[in-house]
Design a protein around this ligand. Structure first.
Ligand SMILES: Cc1ncc(COP(=O)(O)O)c(C=O)c1O
Length: 358
C-alpha cells in the first residue's frame, strides 16, 4: 500500500492484504487449481447451448435462481428454502462472513484454503487460526478450547481439506456442533471425490452450513457456480447481503443441465481417483518425498527443498503446480490429479527436479 496515493483512505484492515493474483501460464501442464482436467462432455455442451435462446442474454437472470435451487434441493432431499446459490462458493464464503462476522471473529482450522482468511479480513472480521495436528486431523478438544477463548461467530472447516486432502469424520463435526453456537461452515468443495458429507446433520443442527461447488468435479470452474445448504433462517439472513443478480443466466442454465446429467461425470471422477492412487504411490517412491493420502483430486507432498525452487524448476519443465508455505506446510507443494499423460509428465519433471541441484 506504501506507494498508493489513496493509502490514507483505504480501510486500515486492507493494508496488509495482497491482491489475489493468479499467474497465467500457457502451454503448460496445468495442475495448480484442482479443476476437472477432462473436456466438458461434448453432448452436454451442445445441450446447454441448445437451451440458450434470443432472450437468455438480453434479460436479467432470475435473481432467485428458482429452477436451479429447486433442482439442487431435489438432489439433496431438501427444499429450495434450504438452498442459496452464489457466484462460485467464494462469493458464499464472503457473504456468510458479511452476514455473521463483521466486527467479530472467524475461527479457521488451518492450514486450509486461503480464501477463508482473506474474506474474513475483507469482511472486517478477525480470522483466528486453530492449528490442525501435523497429520492435518482436527483435535476437537483443542478446537473447543480455542472457541471458548475466541468467542467466534463463525467457524470454517474444510472437508476434504484443501490442501491436505483428508476429510473430517462426520462424528467429529457432530461433536463440534454439540457445543458450537455460532455458524459452522463445512466446505465440501471436493465432496464428489470422496462421497463423505455432513448434509445429513442439517436436520438436527440449524447453525450448520454446507458449501458445495460446480467448479471441481462438475467441470464448471469457468462459469462460477457454488451453493450452500442450510436452515431457511440462515439462507434468509445471507439473502440480505446478496447482490441482486449474482449468478448469471448462462451459469444458471449450465449448472442445471450438469445436475440433470451428473452421471456423465462419474467416469471422470472414478478415473481421477484411480489415477490419483497411482500418482500417490509414484510420489512416495521418489527419494525424500513425503506424500499425504488424499480423498480429493489433488495430492499434498513435501520435498527436502524450498517449495518455491521446486515450483520454478517444475514450471521450467512445463508443469504448473501450487507451492505452499506457512505453519504446517513447510517445503510443501500441491499437485492436482490430471489426465494420465499429465500425471506422467509431472512425475517425470519432479524426478528430474529432485535429481538436480536446487
Ligand atoms: C475448499 C475450497 N472451497 C472453495 C473453493 C472455491 O470454489 P469456487 O470456484 O466455487 O469459488 C475452492 C477452490 O479452490 C476450494 O478449494
Amino acid at each position: 500500500m506504501k506507494n498508493n496515493r489513496f493509502a490514507g483512505l483505504v480501510r486500515p484492515a486492507l493494508h496488509d492484504l495482497t491482491p489475489y493474483h493468479v499467474p497465467v501460464h500457457t502451454g503448460v501442464v496445468k495442475l495448480d487449481a484442482n479443476e476437472n482436467p477432462y473436456d466438458f462432455p461434448a453432448g452436454l455442451l451442445t445441450e446447454i447451448f441448445g437451451r440458450v435462446d434470443g432472450q437468455t442474454l438480453v434479460r436479467y437472470p432470475d435473481a432467485e435462481a428458482r429452477e436451479l435451487r429447486e433442482a439442487i434441493a431435489d438432489y439433496h432431499g431438501l427444499t429450495a428454502e434450504n438452498v442459496f446459490v452464489g457466484n462460485g462458493s467464494d462469493e458464499l464464503i464472503l457473504n456468510l462472513f458479511l452476514t455473521f462476522a463483521v466486527g467479530g471473529r472467524v475461527l479457521i482450522a488451518e492450514p486450509t484454503f486461503g480464501m477463508y482468511r482473506i474474506h474474513s479480513v475483507i469482511a472486517g472480521a478477525e480470522p483466528v487460526a486453530v492449528n490442525r495436528d501435523p497429520d492435518f486431523t482436527i483435535d476437537s478438544e483443542r478446537l473447543h478450547y480455542s472457541t471458548l477463548n475466541a468467542a467466534a461467530q463463525v467457524m470454517v472447516l474444510c472437508s476434504p481439506n484443501n490442501p491436505s486432502g483428508n476429510t473430517i469424520p462426520v462424528g467429529t463435526v457432530e461433536r463440534i456442533l454439540d457445543w458450537f453456537g455460532g455458524i459452522a461452515v463445512v466446505d465440501e468443495a471436493y465432496f464428489e471425490f470422496c462421497g463423505k458429507t455432513c448434509v445429513g446433520l442439517l436436520e438436527r443442527y440449524p447453525n450448520l452450513v454446507v458449501l458445495r461447488t460446480f467448479s471441481k468435479a462438475f467441470g464448471l470452474a469457468g462459469l462460477r457456480v457454488g451453493y450452500m445448504l442450510a436452515h431457511p433462517d440462515v439462507v434468509q439472513a445471507v439473502w440480505r447481503v446478496k447482490q441482486p443478480f449474482n449468478v448469471d443466466a448462462f451459469a444458471q442454465l449450465a449448472a442445471l443441465a450438469v445436475l440433470e446429467h451428473r452421471s456423465l461425470f462419474e467416469p471422470q471422477i472414478a478415473a481421477l481417483m484411480k489415477d490419483g492412487a497411482v500418482l500417490y504411490e509414484q510420489l512416495r517412491a521418489l527419494p525424500g518425498v513425503e506424500a499425504y493420502p488424499t480423498e480429493a483430486n489433488f495430492i499434498l507432498f513435501r520435498t527436502p527443498h524450498d517449495a518455491r525452487a521446486v515450483y520454478e524448476r517444475l514450471l521450467a519443465n512445463g508443469v504448473l503446480v501450487r507451492d505452499l508455505g506457512g505453519p504446517g506446510l513447510e517445503r510443501c507443494l500441491r499437485v492436482s490429479i490430471g489426465k494420465p499423460e499429465e500425471n506422467h509428465q509431472f512425475i517425470k519433471a519432479l524426478g528430474a527436479t529432485l535429481g538436480s541441484r536446487l
